[in-house]
Design a protein around this ligand. Structure first.
Ligand SMILES: Cc1cc2nc3c(=O)[nH]c(=O)nc-3n(C[C@H](O)[C@H](O)[C@H](O)COP(=O)(O)OP(=O)(O)OC[C@H]3O[C@@H](n4cnc5c(N)ncnc54)[C@H](O)[C@@H]3O)c2cc1C
Length: 405
């Protein structure tokens, strides 16, 4: 008899895993238990949905008839895992046996402590339901504050701006997207966002929410300033959902600890996606999760392949009218080629060490981004391409023979 596979969480990692299992002809029973009412949708597109650039139907990741091969139990939360008896218990009392268990529980928004924040009008931007609620906010021209000037905070702020709200981003660091960009890139990005009508306050965080009749009316900042607002969104980073696994006795750290085959510390239990941790690394992008899904599908079908390995995964911002691409590392001790065109909001920085491209930041013009990422990934010698490197692959190739000569 083929083993029963149970997956906890019906997010993107699960969608990719189901696709990979199908590709390998997996024919055992699979049950997926997810606590959202929607299963396996494309979370990446929530920003475009909020901005009115994508329709909800476009978020579907799995074919409509996937349910025939897989049993989905939606809107149900797994509350306890008993690894001795290979059983999970859900919040509605349902119990489910498994032979192989996969944690795909994702992350939650890591919320900072803000006094008075437990009122209506304070929310997060993580799920389809969160997005639907934001889309239902009545009337335009509301004052909205978004806490967090990282990728998700800026995409949320852009979406709300597009809907006609007046949006202010509070970012506690000295420049936007400080984890991905250098200061100059962050400043160029800021100017572009401000020119689209977004307000940005750097070095600022919220200390207290003010409310009336249990609804937010404003927010006090730690520098003493006060902003009127009717909506506050928290986008200050994510924390892997590891608590359920920890309570079941699995090794956890920041996330659920896995090896290169996505195996957890107890037999027949696996984890992938944003809830997992390999070495020091947790994950917040889709690209590594797709790779994990391939590796785990090999494990679950008894045809293990090579280990999942840590790589560099480029970052892009999905804000219409603003190009942004970052790959590799921005080592300040290495050699830097920089192109600045402030009048057109363009800033391009390439980082080179020992004739190899090791990093690229492209703001305002991301042409060549995937080519740079490949050069970085393949550790290619770029000495001959150097002359035209800044201008993308065509120009670099055109100028290469002349340079070599
Ligand atoms: C707005 C937004 C934009 C993004 N844009 C990009 C982008 O441009 N590029 C990119 O690479 N990545 C992007 N990401 C990140 C990407 O969406 C995530 O990396 C990916 O969704 C992670 O997949 P996952 O399955 O690990 O987690 P999730 O997709 O979060 O799925 C986990 C699921 O498990 C459920 N769950 C948790 N605990 C339980 C439990 N006990 N019982 C039952 N169910 C449970 C959760 O509710 C959730 O539905 C974006 C994320 C957001 C929110």
């Amino acid at each position: 008899m083929s083993p029963e596979t149970l997956i906890i969480g019906a997010g993107m990692a699960t969608a990719y895993l189901l696709q990979e299992l199908e590709n390998r002809g997996h024919d055992g029973d699979i049950t997926v238990i997810g606590d959202e009412r929607d299963c396996c949708y494309n979370r990446v597109l929530l920003s475009s949905l909020l901005a009115g650039e994508t329709a909800e139907e476009a978020l579907r990741l799995l074919p409509a008839d996937q349910g025939r091969a897989t049993r989905f139990i939606a809107g149900t939360r797994v509350e306890k895992v008993d690894t001795q008896n290979r059983l999970v218990r859900c919040d509605n009392g349902h119990e489910q046996h498994y032979d192989q268990l996969v944690f795909a529980t994702g992350s939650s928004v890591a919320k900072p402590e803000i006094a008075g924040a437990d009122v209506a009008g304070v929310g997060v931007f993580r799920t389809l339901d969160d997005t639907r609620k934001l889309l239902e906010v009545p009337g335009e021209n509301r004052q909205v504050v978004v806490i967090g000037g990282g990728l998700l905070g800026l995409e949320a702020a852009h979406g709300l701006n597009q809907r006609g709200h007046r949006t202010t981003v509070l970012h506690r660091n000295q420049w936007l997207m400080n984890r991905q960009l250098d200061e100059e890139g962050g400043r160029v990005l800021q100017r572009e966002l401000e020119s689209q009508g977004m307000n940005i306050q750097l070095g600022a965080s919220a200390s207290r929410v003010h409310s009336e009749n249990n609804h937010i009316i404003g927010v006090e900042l730690d520098n003493g300033d006060y902003l009127d607002c009717q909506l506050l969104l928290v986008a200050t980073g994510i924390a892997p959902n590891r608590q359920l696994a920890a309570a079941a006795g699995l090794a956890t750290d920041r996330g659920i600890v896995v090896d290169g085959q996505l195996r957890c510390s107890i037999n027949n239990v696996f984890a992938l996606g944003e809830c997992s941790q390999l070495g020091e690394h947790c994950f917040g992008l889709v690209a590594p999760i797709r790779k994990q899904a391939k590796v785990l599908a090999g494990q679950l079908t008894n045809r293990p392949g090579t280990d999942f390995e840590i790589d560099d995964w480029p970052t892009q911002l999905k804000i219409s009218g603003i190009d942004l691409y970052r790959a590799g590392v921005l080592d300040t001790d290495a050699e830097h080629l920089v192109l600045r065109d402030p009048d057109h909001g363009v800033y391009r920085r390439l980082v080179i060490r020992d004739d190899q491209l090791i990093g690229a930041v492209l703001v305002g013009d991301k042409r060549g981004g995937t080519w740079y990422a490949e050069l970085i990934h393949n550790r290619r010698n770029i000495a001959a391409l150097r002359h035209g490197l800044m201008f993308g692959p065509e120009m670099a190739q055109t100028l290469a023979p002349a340079t070599a000569a």
